[in-house]
Design a protein around this ligand. Structure first.
Ligand code: ZN
Length: 413
């Protein structure tokens, strides 16, 4: 078939939706969500169902030593590296029906549609399932795409244990997904991940497609402020070294820094106060700061503003400040050609779209270390995710799947 007929390809919205609802029965919760934690019996059932569907669609299956699954639809030239899409089937304990699962089943729907149209691609097409994306049962998150991307070793991946001491390696063997294939070293022509946005922007702006540019950089800080515990009644205001007052001003500082560096975000989410007594001026406060920005240079400026602001606030109050950067995850920028393919696919399908940066981590972020990557976001209701009420419209999911198909077919042509 010529590439002209790409325009005629349409995925089957009802089949995609029915598959999502069928998968959601495995680990279904009372409140309409899903609890399918990584490498549990339920995860095995979900994997088995996916593998069966892929075999029914004529795919061959490869499982690697981290339990990542690759379902392959052959191309005309099977010496070419495949164009791959995928996401994850595991969920949070009170997770939804779409986070991750949409990206996996959208890939399957692309293959089913190409089969319907007897549409051949030059390069093979693959759908991948990445093990333990959520990081709920086994930390850290995205462990298996991380091993694939060379961020973690296989030994490290296998040795991660849950709270009962069961390791990923043991649990992969137990459920029959400790595969033979090496992890990584599997060239991809391109990798796409379709995902619900997990944020409110697309819905608020009535855009159907988010053309994802990358994942924002993250810095975590730990701050300890030391003043002096003192009697709340007898210590005059001008004699205090109030660590809590300094902390309060720094919470406001973090907020102002984010507003000065939009679309950056800043959060103080954890605080402990010592001695935490109603009639004692707090002598010690510990808190965390989470700063994020799509560009590392801007994130560095936010850090500098935090350090300068902290020195000024604490100096004025006679409070000592210990501020440590404990984690830095640099911004990830996706491949320009993959980004363009997604935008073109959305434009050609007449779908309202906008460029967007992911606020959350995704498997695609680690895959971007070893392959050209693009991502497609679709709206979810009120931006809510990691929650049983997570919800998305069948037509938006279908639109995202059509964009995925067009982008993949263009690159596999
Ligand atoms: Zn996800």
């Amino acid at each position: 078939m010529s590439t002209k007929t790409i325009q005629n390809l349409q995925i089957d919205q009802d089949r995609l939706w029915d598959s999502l609802m069928e998968m959601a029965k495995i680990g279904a919760t009372d409140k309409g969500g899903c609890a399918r934690l990584a490498l549990t019996d339920l995860d095995k059932q979900g994997r088995d169902l996916f593998v069966q569907w892929c075999k029914d669609a004529g795919c061959s299956i490869t499982v690697d030593r981290m339990g990542n699954i690759f379902a392959r639809r052959p191309g005309r030239n099977n010496d070419l590296p495949p164009v791959v899409t995928g996401s994850h089937l595991d969920t949070q304990p009170t997770g939804g029906k779409f986070d991750g699962v949409f990206g996996v089943l959208a890939g399957l729907e692309v293959i089913r549609t190409l089969n319907d149209y007897k549409f051949e691609t030059e390069a093979p097409i693959e759908v991948s399932v990445w093990t333990n994306e959520e990081g709920s049962r086994f930390a850290p998150a995205m462990i298996a795409s991380g091993v694939f991307g060379g961020v973690f070793t296989e030994e490290y991946g296998h040795s991660r244990a849950d709270l009962d001491g069961k390791t990923i390696g043991e649990e992969l063997k137990r459920i029959g997904y400790f595969g033979d294939a090496p992890v990584g070293g599997r060239p991809f022509k391109a990798f796409f991940e379709a995902h619900i946005e997990q944020g409110p922007i697309l819905e608020a702006e009535q855009k159907t497609i988010g053309v994802v540019q990358g994942i924002q950089g993250i810095k975590w800080f730990e701050v300890t402020l030391t003043g002096q515990d003192c009697h709340a009644g007898t210590t005059p205001m001008n004699r205090r070294k109030d660590a809590m007052l300094a902390a309060a001003r720094m919470v406001d500082l973090v907020n102002r820094i984010a507003l000065d560096h939009l679309p950056g975000v800043g959060t103080v989410g954890l605080m402990t106060v010592h001695p935490n007594s109603r009639n004692v001026i707090p002598g010690k406060v510990f808190f965390t700061v989470d700063l994020r920005h799509p560009y590392d240079e801007e994130l560095e400026k936010m850090k500098a503003a935090l350090e300068a602001g902290a020195a000024e606030i604490c100096g004025g109050l006679g409070v000592e400040c210990d501020l440590q950067e404990i984690w830095n995850s640099p911004a990830i920028h996706y491949d320009p050609a993959c980004i363009d393919a997604v935008r073109r696919a959305a434009d050609e399908a007449g779908l309202p779209n906008r460029d967007i940066v992911s606020g959350a981590g995704h498997d695609a972020g680690y895959i971007a270390r070893v392959a050209p990557v693009g991502m497609i976001f679709v709206p979810c209701a009120e931006g809510i995710s990691h929650n049983e009420i997570e919800s998305a419209l069948p037509e938006d999911l279908a639109a995202g799947c059509n964009v995925l198909m067009r982008a993949m077919v263009e690159l596999a042509a």
